[in-house]
Design a protein around this ligand. Structure first.
Ligand code: G6P
Length: 606
């Protein structure tokens, strides 16, 4: 997490840096700061809070200089306060650094430095890097050598940019596990955690690799690995268009993104339907290899993990391929038994989630092919996997994922149809019918979004509660999980999602007249079963909010109607009301919907 932006060149650095960290605020927003070198002075302003507030309070924009570093933080070590905000100085205030990642051996390094007489100011793991550099310089090393040697001493994940007051024409950069990109422009060199802050200034970028340590001047750069050997990195040309990220007439990005779904679902399948099958440009795995696949493992985190759950059902149901779903964070450490005829499918909006990257590396080590279903073009996961399918949903700004969830579902549906056709489990007529139905989904969602008055009314009745339970079965069980997650994330109401029948094994003890229970119960294969589960809730006086395709059944407290579609595609439809419900509840509670407390959109630490 944390977003880094840095610049060295001919222009004033601070406007570039502030805009840069603003574009990266989705990575964390608990504090921020900027440091520049101006007239032989190293100056820094930083503080707790979101960029807009810190900037107006501390007037970051006043700093001058053509070289500088900035960071927007998501706290790992040390609470989010003014002192722990980045940049961090060395003890002698000659060096400033910004860091993204976790220095895992920070406490032992601090101990050694304390014994040498150094006094730390902050509680962060990051500060130790600036102190180490200072100490190594005192031992007689040049800044470049000290930077390199310091990085050899630290363990963990880092993207680091440093400046030294005595070297005002240089920026020092390093990457290990956390992303860092260089942008090469005529006026200077840009550095950032991803391409978003850079793409406006240049189309030429270099993605640093793990172990890269670079020294940048305004017109040049050199990169070495940690054994001090020069390395060459490709200069990539950015082809994609610069994305529109304005909020338009919406009050929040989350609401805007919910309303974008007819368009984004369409973009997920546009150009990918080929008569009775699907086609993908970038799978990079031959049909012969795909036919050999005996098992698919889907991994992801957060909302992407919920999409994996739907994907697991789709792949087994449609393509008849055994599928299992894993949290990326568990998969990476559980010593998974993997075989060469497995396929790892990784789902990620950002393409930067540290645990998902580690899961891919684990699979690759064991010779397993990997496919990424990713939204962010050119992201770490997009570059790491053997092949991929982009979501093309456009940048998602609201921290709580919405549109990329439905894009993931649409792509997983296409992938299931494609694999089903390939291995013969799906006949041509059925495939055509299924693809045809997918083409109708954007229109259906668009109609649903025209009137959210019932959902707003439900939100007004229940927004003051402290708990909620979400229930669903089969394809709608992941939607129950997603509904509960959305509510937790943005309204801070404790909510749990459960398979409806599993409720009897625990959560039923929580049900009384104060417990709203949102049941996703569309007509379909398990409709009568879930009606029985609803009775179990009603018998305990729980408040039942039913999301269903059916007419009003007697005795429900609230009914939110949704259109009828096939079971396979129902999650694309049934998720819309749970997204909106969480949005309107959070709005009634006055929460910061697009930037909920403690969360970040891109989780680049494990
Ligand atoms: C964070 C975000 C979630 C997201 C998850 C996985 O927790 O707040 O919205 O679902 O990371 O992120 P990814 O980018 O891999 O989909």
């Amino acid at each position: 997490m944390c977003g880094i932006s840095a610049y060295i060149g001919e222009k004033e650095a601070v406007p570039i840096l502030l805009e840069g960290i603003k574009r990266l605020e989705y990575r964390g927003y608990d504090s921020c700061g900027v440091a520049t070198i101006f007239e032989k002075e190293l100056v820094c302003r930083k503080g707790a809070g979101k960029i807009k507030d810190v900037n107006s309070k501390l007037k970051l924009f006043e700093l001058k200089g053509c070289v500088g570093i900035a960071q927007t933080r998501w706290a790992t070590h040390g609470e989010p306060n003014d002192v722990n905000a980045h940049p961090h100085f060395s003890e002698n205030k000659e060096i400033a650094i910004v860091h993204n990642g976790i220095i895992e051996n920070a406490s032992s390094l601090r101990k050694v430095l304390r014994e040498k007489g150094y006094n730390f100011r902050s509680k962060t793991d990051s500060e130790v890097v600036a102190f180490l550099i200072e100490d190594l310089i005192k031992e007689g090393n040049s800044m470049g050598d000290a930077f390199m040697k310091a990085l050899k001493l630290v363990e963990g994940a880092f993207a680091i940019v440093a400046i030294n007051r005595k070297k005002p024409h240089k920026l020092y950069v390093a990457k290990q596990s956390s992303p860092l990109v260089l942008g090469i422009a005529n006026d200077g060199l840009y550095v950032a955690s991803d391409i978003l802050p850079i793409q406006k200034y240049t189309r030429k970028v270099v993605y640093l690799q793990d172990g890269d340590v670079g020294i940048l001047t305004k017109s040049n750069y050199s990169i070495r690995d940690l054994s001090n050997v020069d390395v060459n990195r490709d200069v990539n040309e950015l082809n994609e268009e610069i994305e529109e990220t304005s909020i338009g007439n919406f009050e929040h990005f989350m609401l805007k993104e919910i309303h974008e779904q007819p368009k984004t679902i369409h973009r997920a399948f546009r150009g990918r339907i080929d008569n009775d099958t699907a086609k993908f440009g970038g799978l990079n795995i031959s049909e012969k290899e795909l036919k050999r696949i005996k098992r698919i493992i889907l991994v992801g985190c957060g909302t992407s993990w919920h999409a994996c759950l739907v994907g697991g059902y789709l792949l087994e149901d449609i393509a008849k391929i055994p599928s299992q779903v894993e949290y990326a964070s568990e998969f990476r450490y559980k010593k998974p038994v993997l075989k060469e005829d497995d396929l790892l499918v990784v789902l990620s909006q950002s393409g930067e989630t540290a645990d998902s990257i580690a899961a891919i590396n684990e699979a690759k080590k064991k010779g397993v092919k990997t496919i990424g279903l990713v939204n962010s073009v050119g992201s770490s996961i997009a570059r790491l996997v053997d092949g991929g399918i982009y979501l093309h949903a456009g940048q998602e700004i609201g921290v709580a994922s919405t549109k990329t969830f439905t894009s993931h579902l649409a792509v997983l549906y296409l992938l299931s149809v494609y694999l089903g056709r390939l291995n013969g489990s799906l006949d041509s007529e059925k495939a055509k019918e299924m693809l045809n139905e997918l083409e109708g989904i954007p229109g259906i969602v668009s109609e649903m979004l025209k009137d959210s008055s019932k959902i707003e009314e439900v939100a007004s009745k229940y927004f003051e509660g402290n708990n909620a339970l979400y229930l669903g079965r089969h394809y709608n069980f992941p939607i129950a999980l997603e509904g509960a997650l959305k509510l937790k994330e943005i309204s801070y109401i404790h909510a749990e999602g459960y398979p409806a029948a599993e409720m009897k094994h625990g959560p039923i003890a929580l049900i009384d007249e104060n417990m709203p229970v949102v049941v996703i119960a569309p007509e379909g294969r398990l409709y009568s079963k879930i009606l029985s589960n609803i009775e179990e809730v009603k018998s305990r006086r729980g408040k039942v909010i039913v999301i269903t395709t059916n007419g009003l059944e007697d005795g429900f407290d609230e009914v939110i109607k949704i259109p009828k579609v096939s079971d396979y595609l129902m999650p694309l439809v049934s998720v819309i009301p749970v997204q909106l419900l969480s949005y309107y509840v959070a709005k009634k509670r006055g929460c910061d919907i697009d930037k909920p407390r403690n969360l970040a959109k891109s989780v680049t630490v494990e």
